[in-house]
Design a protein around this ligand. Structure first.
Ligand code: 5AD
Ligand code: SF4
Length: 479
């Protein structure tokens, strides 16, 4: 597993040829996304809003009239990467003075005027809840002014906007089901950059899933910072808002989406250990098309650290949730996030994380060094006092331990016949496809007569630490 990267923490450039609304004005948008899956999903909303305003997306930044970076502020190194890109685009502006460069997402929210005024790196700064205002703001910049809108909203869910799918694979897609976060984990900047938690209406979510299925997509990932606290028609205190409408919580939503079609796979991210109920696990076990995979970030294996992190659970509570998963779905894959070197972390506390990993034996993990973020509770209350080299050494130990467990978990599937959704051509071999199992393990196999979006039963005969190799078979799948 890559150190310091979340499931989709990579850069991707948007390309879409879809032109909607009033038609193309000939203006071209180049969009780069950083950070979590939610940001990639937001970029598709941005592309849709700007397509309605006449923009076509391009993969070539040199060809663009508008360059937007959808940014992440979760760790300092994520911000530094974006800053380097902005300096690069400032160079492009020298060559093409009419080029508009903007920052979207979490850094926009965190840095606001600093990027515009002090560093003069960009023309446009737009926070995650203000994307509907983008066409106006771009006009404002073209009229010679700088433009900024970083207002956070309690309502905005972009529910009725049809995202322009920037991933050309056409098999898997994200659906945003909620926005923001109310948790205030002490290390985390997200509540400050993405605002209060709000859920999107279930009808529009189910409709989007149906539309994706009709367009040929075969897997959707339901996204939220804490999907287990998804709720519709009921407030935080449990008061029903409209007696004539049903209350929908995450378990019900999952079932509604699962019922769109048995050939549509459902994944979701991220679950929170303090809120993950058995109802969700029962809903998963009831529907074959809900993938047997849960991302359940633990962050630390020691209850004292969890308390300082304000996570709202103890080690024992977390292990009880793992037991519930294993009891209800014995074969479910589990992944996690771990932070090494949080404020005040002792050697004993670090070892508790290793022992928890030994107990759970995660299929996969995303592992990070603690990075202090301005404004967070931890920054205000605690010293970032674990020396950098100790953080690094602990992180290495965590990574090494995970490599052992991940390999063990992958090999447990060796020799088995697995149902795989074909996603696309393998990066390493043109004559092979890759796809994923319900447990999210990547499997590579000869193309045969298959095409992306098909399901295939693949009998595995070889593996690397994280990938399985196999042959298509007519034998029934074991998982
Ligand atoms: N430092 C290091 N890692 C962090 N994460 C969130 N904030 C920080 C931080 N300040 C990690 C957590 C979270 C994941 C998305 O990023 O593990 O689950
Ligand atoms: Fe950050 Fe915690 Fe919310 Fe996740 S649950 S986004 S870690 S505050």
């Amino acid at each position: 597993m890559r150190e310091g990267q979340t499931p989709l923490e990579e850069t991707r450039q948007g390309e879409a040829t879809v032109v909607k609304g009033p038609g193309s004005t000939g203006r071209k948008l180049y969009l780069e996304s950083y950070g979590c899956q939610m940001n990639f999903s937001d970029s598709e909303i941005v592309a849709s809003i700007l397509a309605d305003a006449g923009y076509q997306t391009t993969r070539d930044a040199d060809d663009a009239d508008l360059v937007l970076l959808n940014t992440c502020a979760i760790r300092d190194n994520a911000e530094q990467r974006v800053r380097r890109r902005l300096v690069h685009f400032k160079g492009n502006k020298k060559r093409n003075p009419s080029l508009v460069v903007g920052v979207l997402g979490c850094m926009a929210e965190r840095l606001r005027e600093q990027l515009l005024e002090e560093e003069k790196l960009v023309d446009l700064v737009v926070g995650p809840d203000a994307y509907r205002d983008l066409p106006n703001l771009v006009d404002q910049v073209e009229g010679g002014q700088k433009a900024v809108n970083v207002l956070l909203s309690r309502e905005e869910t972009y529910a009725e906007i049809s995202p322009v799918r920037l991933d050309k694979g056409g098999v898997t897609a994200f659906i945003s089901i909620m926005r923001g976060c109310d948790n205030m984990c002490s290390f985390c900047v997200v509540p400050f950059t993405r605002g209060r938690e709000r859920s999107r209406d279930p009808q529009s979510i189910v409709r989007e899933a149906q539309e994706l299925f009709d367009q040929g997509y075969r897997e959707v990932t339901l996204l939220g910072q804490n999907v287990d606290s998804y709720k519709w028609n009921i407030d935080n205190k449990g008061v029903v808002k409209n007696e004539d409408e049903p209350v929908v919580r995450f378990a019900e939503l999952l079932e509604k989406v699962a019922m769109v079609n048995p050939d549509l796979r459902i994944r979701f991210s991220t679950s929170h250990p303090k809120d993950m109920t058995d109802d969700v696990l029962h809903a998963m076990s009831k529907h074959d098309n809900i993938c047997k995979y849960i991302h359940l970030p633990v962050q630390s294996g020691h209850s004292d650290v969890l308390k300082r992190m304000n996570r709202g659970y103890t080690r024992e509570w977390y292990l009880n949730r793992i037991d519930a998963i294993r009891r209800i779905m014995p074969d479910c894959a589990i992944s996690t996030d771990v932070i090494s070197g949080f404020c005040g972390e002792t050697q004993e506390e670090h070892e508790a994380t290793l022992s928890l990993m030994d107990e759970v034996r995660y299929d996969m993990a995303f592992m990070f060094k603690y990075s202090e973020r301005p404004k967070t509770l931890a920054e205000r209350k605690f010293d970032d006092d674990v020396p950098e080299e100790v953080k690094g050494a602990r992180l290495q130990e965590v990574i090494s331990r995970q490599m052992v467990h991940g390999k063990e978990r992958t090999q447990a599937f060796m020799g088995k016949t697995l149902r795989v959704l074909v996603e696309g051509t393998s990066k390493k071999r043109d004559d092979q496809f890759f796809g994923r199992t319900t447990h999210n393990t990547v499997v590579v196999f000869p193309k045969g007569d298959l095409k992306p979006g098909d399901y295939a039963n693949v009998k595995t005969f070889d593996s690397t630490p994280v990938t399985l190799m196999g042959e298509v078979t007519h034998e029934p799948a074991e998982a």
